[in-house]
Ligand binder design. Structure first.
Ligand code: SF4
Length: 270
């Protein structure tokens, strides 16, 4: 895969250094917080347990220690993935664990340091994209790809209903739907428009993709990634020149770069 395509596919142009820095900073803080919590969790009841049974403190120490090692290993593996920008062992499970267990903690820790929820979500999606693309280029090449786009990309005054059938679009070029249809045809991928999480889930069940390339805002991308885990979702942030949910835009260069990367991964694995 050409380096330029690889870097374009990694995020908005590339995974921004600040995204990585923010996420790694929050992960390190989380590691400290988890360790402190487990130490407290261990010592406070430890002495009380001695009164119940002499072996109970040792059993409790083993359980707490195992939990600490598992959580810290997951955090440091995620940091390694963010730093290397390449696949790491257990990356599939790691993404699931991170989106379900870790992200809410990262958002709370970010709040302590004045980092907005949206900034943390943005950083998380960018690093998630790295892991997804690393899987794609490390031999686990997807065959069925779904390009899932939000309804707000459609021109708000357009009378055509494209929710159930995107091919109803007249391709007038007033909004990005024309270009997205053309790209989906060129790369042979499914294209679907979702108006919300329920419809998005239904589309995913119907199409059964191996990879989803999803366009949405930070909040919807995070909930989409969480809902479909462990299915890999590559997230592309939409642009909102008119505010949220109205006549939004998407970088077609970025969409094409991601699909080119997948195509290159297919060629190298066949
Ligand atoms: S390209 Fe034209 S017809 Fe198609 S959805 Fe956009 S505004 Fe409607």
């Amino acid at each position: 895969m050409p380096d330029q395509v690889r870097s374009e596919a990694a995020g908005e142009g590339t995974t921004r250094f600040s995204d990585k820095a923010i996420l790694i900073f929050l992960l390190v803080c989380t590691a400290f917080a988890v360790t402190a919590f487990l130490v407290l969790f261990f010592f406070i009841p430890y002495f009380g347990f001695q009164g119940i049974h002499p072996r109970l403190p040792a059993v409790f120490a083993l359980l707490t220690g195992t939990a600490a090692v598992a959580v810290l290993a997951a955090i440091f593996l995620f940091i390694a993935a963010a730093l290397r920008g390449r696949d790491v062992p257990f990356s599939r499970g790691l993404r699931s664990l991170a989106i379900k267990g870790l992200l809410p903690v990262l958002v709370q820790i970010g709040r302590v340091f004045g980092i907005s929820r949206e900034t943390v979500q943005h950083a998380f999606v960018a690093v998630n994209n790295q892991l997804v693309m690393a899987q794609v280029t490390d031999g686990r090449t997807p065959r069925r790809i779904l390009l899932l786009i939000p309804h707000c990309l459609q021109y708000s005054q357009c009378p055509v209903k494209i929710t159930y059938n995107v091919n109803n679009c007249k391709r007038c070029g007033k909004c990005p739907i024309t270009a997205l249809i053309e790209v989906s045809e060129r790369y042979g991928v499914d294209l679907a428009v979702a108006t919300g999480g329920t419809i998005a889930r239904r589309i995913v069940v119907e199409k059964r993709p191996d990879l989803i390339v999803a366009v949405a805002c930070e909040r919807d991308l995070v909930s989409g990634i969480r809902d479909t885990t462990p299915l890999p979702v590559y997230g592309i942030f939409n642009q909102r020149p008119n505010g949220p949910c109205l006549d939004t835009r998407v970088s077609m260069d970025q969409v094409v770069a991601v699909l080119e990367s997948v195509k290159a991964g297919r060629r190298s694995s066949s």
